[in-house]
Design a protein around this ligand. Sequence first.
Ligand SMILES: *Cc1c(COP(=O)(O)O)cnc(C)c1O
Length: 355
Amino acid sequence: MTAQDLKSLTPKFTGQQFASDNYSGICPEALQAMIDANSGSCAAYGQDIWTERAANGFRKLFETDGEMFFVFNGTSANSLALASMCQSYHGVICTSFAHIATDECGAPEFFSNGSKLLVAQTENGKLTPDDVRSIACSRTDIHFPKPRVVTITQPTETGEVYTIDEIKAISDVCKELGLKLHMDGARFANACAALGCEPADITWKVGVDVLCFGGTKNGMAVGEAVIFFDHKLAEDFDYRCKQAGQLASKMRFLAAPWVGMLESGAWLSNARHANECAKRLEAGIKGLKDVKPMFSVDANALFLHAPDAVFTALRAKGWHFYTFIGGGARFMFAWDSDTKRVDELVADIREAAGA
Ligand SMILES: *Cc1c(COP(=O)(O)O)cnc(C)c1O
């Protein structure tokens, strides 16, 4: 590839873009905690005070004494968490939109030595109790992988939030059928902000066994927390992390940003702001003909359904967005989204739509 080719592939940012929430930088609270952790020497591999403080911060936030692990990214958090509950002959039930099925390059199967993803064909990112039941009960013979875990994404890949009751209904079926429940919470904070509930209300109190709590999209540079509410499931998870290359030697720098996020409350205020920006975009395009959200705008994402001409016009105006989910344009907001820029997007969509 020539330098010229590379240049043409590199997005030319002419202003803030909302193609993804991981386009954002590090929020001040996370960065300050990193700086604070950067004084003197400190024990390695998680035996430091920052790691202890972060783990205790999560225990307080979740009102429980679960087991916490800090890894670099969401793919490893999900894959290792699922692998910890599965033997190679097990199956993991998920939706056809699930990040683990569409965006993790086979890592969940790889780290579990072959557990199969049992994918429910869904119209959006939400799994229903019926989906779980129909897949889990579709086969009971020895020739099919044995269903073992259900995974849901909160908020979903389509920007929708499961209510407390919806999670409870899924976990009731899991209990009945002897399945574990995993939650991919890459944007978990946005779900808490949307529901106005305590983190415990949508996790262990309604039967979630393991949560992957995303820090990156919430405003950190890097890092996700794997939280086991059932101690037994966490057995040997530290070895699993190490073997997978996910044990940070200078762990304090993965842990300290969490301390900054949790102790300041930025984890929630960041998510609230991002959600409000999605609502602002939704309100701004209300009433347009042929241009509307594809899914309920519950959290920090809006998937825009519009004629191709509108997308072409938006691109010509310099907007970047992905259309890999159902052909709609995805706009995602983060802690640093500028509301003036959201208003510019609204104005450009309205103009492109001929309003
Ligand atoms: C971003 C994301 C992840 C994590 O992805 P990484 O790039 O591996 O950090 C996991 N699940 C969902 C739903 C995501 O959007």
